[in-house]
Design a protein around this ligand. Structure first.
Ligand SMILES: Nc1ncnc2c1ncn2[C@@H]1O[C@H](COP(=O)(O)OP(=O)(O)OP(=O)(O)O)[C@@H](O)[C@H]1O
Ligand SMILES: [Mg+2]
Length: 512
């Protein structure tokens, strides 16, 4: 068993502060973790969660604060040093080498060698031993793939288990997981939670960050809440309720009934998709979206939902199929053409596809809206400011000003900027891929309200989501995909979580 401080703590942080320019990201925060404990660190976008974790991970140096790990002062100068001292972080963007095996990635730089010192010097890796030890570590995290599988052949969830196995290999005492479930489907989340429980049983503490409250109740022992860079409370899970947690996070009581919508009556078809096919990815996908309708697309990760959206939007070429907008056949071979035909897409991976990171909040939101903001090609600064400020306020985008570069915002606030930019663009058809991923609970309600509002104005909306409550609450109809095909289309009245899962897993199939 690892050493602890006199008070039984494994990790203790006292009075941690960190500022970025004028922004006080952390303000004298206390934080503590007991051995084998799962701590959920919660708070709205920009509350300071990732900043605190990056200090623990050796990425940022704190401005002030006392840090102890296992009873010893803890002040890592690099991520490598943090790992050596016992704190490993599972990042959202994995640090894995795709063209190497899982085993090599687990041991990267610490491979067992053959032939003693000489073998080490000339770099003879003892592959059988490495694969055997990797297999043992992978077994501890319940992985079912072989250690010699190349990382690029693994799913996101499997890559995450490689990262966790790597943390075990360097004998982590604390594993930090910053929004680990945001890229996982429901089934994969269940697997991750089993892994977390088994880490706990092995005496390893886990710090877990999420914006999905129900996950907290499934896996955490204790909750710590940050608001505006300050710690505002802690609750043992037995005393926690969603209302209490939200109250602490936002500092006010939220009307959660907002999340349920009054469904607009759908009008004539605005988008029709027939026989969409992209070899090996999606096959014969057909559906219709009506004016004022929200069509939810459910399915497991890898079912072809994002690929369908990208194909419609002209981001990937099609092998077959046709697209009709307002009854007229259109050819879309690029996103620019898609926008010209009145389509908008909020992509799933926002940093990669949605933002110009070095540009300002204002520029990013205004970009697809310049036509509407200008008269005779002159952009009205006043109208631009009004539009941008309106969305910054409604979505509670935490930024010192609208000219702040987006790469200075917290993860969730960057996502809000992408969502805002397309919500503001007033297209004929709006495609949202995981619109609330990484977005805090208050802003989620606002995104839903804006979506409802757009639907009422007659815009057809496609919402791809892995969050079952969101699919059920927001969709007028639900299209379920399985292995690149349409497995079923459900009316909201008949849709249940069980039925959707049955279609998504391939147990049920659309009658031809
Ligand atoms: N590198 C940076 N430069 C400037 N400001 C930063 C930087 N990193 C974070 N901030 C600011 O610090 C504050 C806290 O950000 P942090 O990333 O810790 O929030 P978070 O709680 O992780 O939010 P989210 O839920 O959106 O991920 C935010 O106001 C953010 O804009
Ligand atoms: Mg964060």
């Amino acid at each position: 068993m690892e050493a602890t401080t006199a008070n039984g703590l494994l990790l203790q942080v006292r009075g941690a502060s960190k500022a970025f320019g004028g922004v006080r990201a952390l303000d004298r925060v206390d934080f503590e973790v007991y051995p084998g404990e799962v701590v959920a660190l919660l708070g709205e976008n920009g509350a300071g969660k990732s900043t605190l974790m990056k200090i623990l991970a050796g990425v940022y140096r704190p401005d002030e604060g006392e840090f102890y790990l296992a009873g010893r002062p803890y002040a890592p100068r690099t991520p490598h040093e943090a790992q050596q001292l016992g704190i490993s972080t599972i990042y959202q963007e994995f640090n894995l080498t795709p063209n190497q095996s899982a085993a090599v990635n687990i041991f990267l730089g610490r491979e067992p060698h053959r032939g003693g010192t000489l073998g080490r010097l000339v770099g003879f890796v003892d592959r059988p031993r490495m694969n055997k030890e990797a297999a043992q570590l992978l077994a501890r995290v319940g992985a079912r793939f072989k250690p010699d599988t190349l990382v690029r052949h693994l799913s996101v969830a499997q890559q995450q288990t490689v990262e966790i196995a790597k943390a075990l290999a360097i004998k982590a005492q604390v594993i930090i997981m910053d929004e680990p479930t945001s890229a996982l489907g429901e089934e994969e989340v269940a697997v991750l939670f089993d892994i977390i429980r088994s880490l706990k049983a092995q005496g390893i503490a886990v710090i877990f960050i999420t914006h999905r409250l129900e996950e907290v109740f499934r896996v955490a022992d204790r909750i710590i809440v940050l608001r505006d860079g300050r710690r505002v409370g802690t609750l043992p899970i037995a005393e926690a309720t969603p209302e209490k947690i939200i109250g602490l996070m936002v500092g006010r009581v939220l009307d959660r009934s907002q999340a349920h919508i009054s469904h607009a009556r759908a009008g004539e078809p605005v988008l029709e998709v027939r026989g969409l096919t992209r070899r090996g990815v999606i096959h014969d996908v057909s559906f219709t979206v009506h004016r004022g309708e929200i069509l939810g697309i459910a399915g497991l990760v890898g079912a072809g939902r994002t690929e369908t959206a990208r194909a419609i939007f002209g981001a990937d070429p099609l092998d077959a199929g046709e697209i009709l907008i307002e009854g007229k056949r259109v050819t879309i071979t690029s996103p620019t053409e898609a926008v010209r035909h009145g389509l908008a897409l909020v992509p799933e991976s926002r940093q990669l596809h949605g933002l110009i990171l070095i540009s300002s909040v204002a520029r990013n939101i205004a970009l697809p809206n310049l036509d509407r903001l200008s008269r005779r090609s002159v952009v009205s600064g006043r109208r631009l400011r009004t539009l941008v400020t309106n969305y910054v306020t409604r979505l509670n985008i935490r930024t010192p000003s609208i000219v702040q570069p987006v790469n200075r915002l917290s993860g969730g606030n960057q996502q809000k900027v992408v969502v805002a930019k397309w919500l503001a663009s007033q297209p004929k058809v709006l495609i949202l891929d995981e619109p609330t991923r990484g977005i805090d609970v208050g802003a989620k309600a606002e995104v839903y309200a804006i979506m409802r509002n757009l639907a009422e104005q007659g815009i057809g909306i496609i919402m791809i989501s892995s969050e079952m409550p969101e699919i059920l609450a927001m969709s007028d109809r639900i299209l379920v995909m399985h292995e690149g095909r349409v497995a079923g289309i459900l009316d909201r009245a008949e849709a249940t979580q069980e039925l959707i899962m049955a279609y998504a897993s391939g147990t049920l199939r659309l009658q031809e």
